[in-house]
Design a protein around this ligand. Sequence first.
Ligand code: SME
Length: 150
Amino acid sequence: MDQNAIISKIEQLTRNLSNKNEILLETCKILQNEVAHYDWVGFYMLDETEKMLLLGPYVGKTTEHTLIPIGKGVCGQVAENKKTMIVQDVSKMENYIACSLEVQSEIVIPILKNGNFVAEIDIDSHAFAPFGNNDQHLLEKVANILSQLF
Ligand code: SME
């Protein structure tokens, strides 16, 4: 499925479903099914009072990282900097929270609402250096569509 088809499928979800977590979970499923190098796809949500990220809907292996402090790991850094981060080789990354030994690379895309960080899309890959401009472009579009849910 090409990028436009993925985008329109996700747009359809936002029109046809009313429950936020259901839309987020279905989005995870679409992304994981349609892109071969997306092995774990999930959302982390900002808990502003606790200054933490809370694990939201996801697909892939169960993770014990249900709470991540802002600033910690790739996820925590994206929450702070509000910019997409691509880590092509997680073994080279110092501020990194390992989820599973199979994971080689990761992309995290912030979801912004009126310029404020509200959540993020986190994708792990078992492939080495698989992420390119295409992924960033697709996922930033998806983040933009989903920001209306927050
Ligand atoms: N690797 C992430 C932690 C979340 S898991 O990938 C699900 C990080 O360094 O922030």
